[in-house]
Design a protein around this ligand. Structure first.
Ligand code: BTN
Length: 266
């Protein structure tokens, strides 16, 4: 652990000085999951922008019940409380919005050319570098709050990955040929970009955000597959629908909208 530079609250806040949210950051050493901690704070009335960030998660989780590898001092494991006055159905739009904001922050701070795989995995080449988990709580079909959980593999070396992630996951350090990234600066940049794009989305709606997502996408123009209990569907990814679903054109030219689940780039 001798080479690890610990997270710095002042460093994060300095980078996030343009954001409304830098003053609501809870920086922890070890936590089960920052999602759970942010959820507890949200249930107790924490304001929008409240952020939990930890050096390590012992029970980090990803989409579809998967574990999220979150070793000490190597990544950004953070969760942000959002309180939009929107219907529950807007959650997929918020998911894509968060992907664009994080993609912008990573590109700006690290220079690594990450792209977005639908809905909001960030890839470098074909390897995953960041995952985003949006969890919502609602009241009568209106969102009460959302927790945007962001996991960025920042300074993990190849040997920091468990076997099952070898060749699947990558980090900014690996993509930069061994040059580390200041995690506090990157976390501050994520908050700034998220705050700014979220405000833009609330003011202008989803359509301009969808165009930004499309420009950063590594999914569009590719053949993709989706496995469902009904069978496997393959098609050319052509764009987003108004709700953030992925439009797929099958061999007969028919367009299908995929609204949830995982896709495979083929
Ligand atoms: C995925 O791609 O499956 C989403 C991964 C989300 C991981 C982050 S790390 C911070 C936050 N806390 C968690 O337990 N999960 C999210």
């Amino acid at each position: 652990m001798s080479n690890i530079e610990l997270l710095s609250l002042s460093g994060l806040q300095q980078e996030a000085s343009a954001s409304r949210w830098g003053g609501h950051v809870h920086m922890l050493t070890t936590v089960g999951s920052t999602q759970e901690e942010a959820k507890r704070l949200a249930e107790n009335g924490a304001p929008e922008g409240t952020t939990v960030i930890a050096e390590e998660q012992t029970g980090g989780r990803g989409r579809q019940g998967k574990k999220w590898h979150s070793p000490f001092g190597k990544g950004i494991w953070m969760s942000v409380v959002l309180r939009p006055s929107l219907p529950l159905l807007s959650t997929p739009q918020l998911t894509l919005m968060a992907g664009v904001a994080v993609c912008r922050a990573i590109r700006r701070v690290s220079g690594v050319d990450v792209g977005i795989k639908w809905p909001n995995d960030l890839l470098a080449g074909d390897r995953k570098i960041c995952g985003i988990l949006l969890e919502s709580s609602c009241y009568e079909n209106e969102l009460a709050y959302c927790i945007a959980g962001i996991g960025i593999s920042v300074n993990l070396a190849e040997e920091d990955y468990p076997d099952f992630l070898n060749g699947v996951g990558t980090s900014l350090l690996i993509e930069r040929g061994g040059a580390s990234v200041d995690r506090s600066v990157l976390a501050g940049a994520v908050l700034t970009e998220l705050d700014s794009l979220y405000a833009f989305y609330l003011e202008h709606g989803f359509s301009p955000v969808a165009r930004l997502w499309e420009a950063m996408s590594v999914t569009l123009g590719r053949q993709v597959a989706r496995n469902t209990p009904q069978g496997r569907m393959e098609g050319l990814a052509t764009g987003l629908d108004d709700n953030g679903g992925l439009l797929l054109m099958d061999r007969s030219g028919q367009i299908h909208s995929v609204s949830s689940g995982e896709i495979e780039l083929i």
